[in-house]
Design a protein around this ligand. Structure first.
Ligand SMILES: O=c1nc2n(C[C@H](O)[C@H](O)[C@H](O)CO)c3cc(O)ccc3cc-2c(=O)[nH]1
Ligand SMILES: C[C@H]1O[C@@H](n2cnc3c(N)ncnc32)[C@H](O)[C@@H]1O
Ligand code: MET
Ligand code: SF4
Length: 317
């Protein structure tokens, strides 16, 4: 019996790289007002050429009290609608939202996400000193609202940013508790911090042993219906990918032409990953950005967008 490892054939659209936060590990952000937002015309030109199932909408953040916040949200909604109309399935992760903002994005996304990062407040004195969006209470509130709104949700931990292993425990237990209450966490990403070209934070990246230890911890603490995901492009050796799978990883996340968060780390070619896994008894299979057990949570209009893809993928298995 060959065990199945999944990934999401994805393409990332970035509404804007500007962000009012300044996480010291971030290589994605630019200062507010420094970039022109992605236009609908440019997005359409891109989508006409994209081969993917998922459109990941990943964004820097306009301050909630900024006069530009509503046009920022409107642009994100328009990009989701355009992705849907082009036959793709959007997954949005644009930082903390108000309940109303989350409700409106729920209508045009098959799933959404936000990294918990780490629950410990100690990071507010270091990597998150200039990142109000990373307040643990703000992040937990997002995961709670997503549960109340029944949004299939992706979250995760950023590893190797100065936290302790006890901090991992606390973060994972918080996610497990919210999942036991609402049942909405489809996957938890264990994201190893890797230094990029423009981040402020120097310091040690998350090494492979640390990542494997985190997978073991997550598998022990998370309910088994939550998939554990690692980003293969941020893992230095194939052996570590295999060790993480042995320890409980079942998903390799969104794989596409560019990792917008970490462009310094290109994805391995799918064929390479597939051959590596096959040589060790695993099959690498494409999935949708929403896990099947959540399809019935969606508004009917979105369920109708899912079905053709489900049929195509089921036909392949
Ligand atoms: O290419 C990436 N995709 C990232 N994704 C995409 C993610 O792998 C997929 O969108 C989900 O697995 C849904 O298919 C994220 C999605 C989230 O909801 C939260 C965080 C991330 C982080 C990354 C990332 O660093 N790089
Ligand atoms: C989109 C997600 O990417 C993660 N992220 C941000 N910067 C880095 C980095 N240098 N290395 C790895 N992951 C990072 C954060 O967890 C963010 O929430
Ligand atoms: C590019 S970071 C991903 C989205 C958001 N800015 C966050 O940090 O959660
Ligand atoms: S990680 Fe997200 S919130 Fe932090 S600076 Fe980068 S884009 Fe902004």
């Amino acid at each position: 019996m060959v065990s199945r490892i999944t990934y999401s054939p994805a393409y990332t659209l970035v509404p804007t790289y500007e962000c009012f936060n300044h996480c010291s590990y971030c290589n994605f952000r630019v200062s507010p007002g420094q970039d022109s937002w992605l236009s609908l015309a440019s997005a359409k030109a891109i989508l006409d050429k994209v081969e993917a199932i998922e459109i990941l909408i990943l964004s820097g953040e306009v301050h909630p009290r900024s006069s530009r916040r509503s046009s920022w949200l409107e642009r994100i909604e328009q990009l989701c609608v355009m992705a849907l109309e082009s036959g793709f399935l959007p997954h949005t992760n644009v930082g903390p939202l108000s309940l109303q903002e989350m409700q409106s994005l729920k209508l045009v996304n098959v799933s959404m996400g936000l990294m918990l990062e780490q629950l410990t407040p100690s990071l507010l004195k270091t990597v998150h000193r200039h990142a109000p969006s990373k307040l643990p209470a703000v992040r937990l509130q997002q995961l709670t609202w997503a549960g109340q709104l029944r949004i299939p949700f992706t979250t995760g931990l950023l590893l190797g940013i100065g936290e302790t292993r006890a901090d991992w425990d606390a973060s994972l237990r918080a996610i497990a508790t919210l999942h036991r209450r609402y049942g909405h966490i489809q996957e938890v990403i264990l994201q190893p911090h890797q230094p990029g070209a423009s981040q402020q934070l120097a310091g040690q990246p998350c090494d492979d042993a640390m990542l494997i230890a985190a997978v073991k911890c997550a598998r022990a603490l998370l309910p088994e219906d939550i998939a554990i995901q690692i980003p293969p492009n941020l893992v230095s050796s194939p052996d570590t990918i295999l060790a993480c799978i042995e320890a409980g990883v079942s998903d390799l996340g969104g794989i596409g032409p560019l990792d917008e968060v970490n462009p310094t780390y290109p994805h391995q070619r799918l064929g390479e990953l597939s051959d590596l896994l096959l040589a060790h008894g695993y099959s690498l299979k494409p999935r949708l950005p929403i896990y099947p057990q959540y399809d019935h949570w969606l508004p009917l209009a979105l369920q109708n967008k899912i079905q053709p893809w489900r049929a195509r993928l089921d036909g392949k298995f």
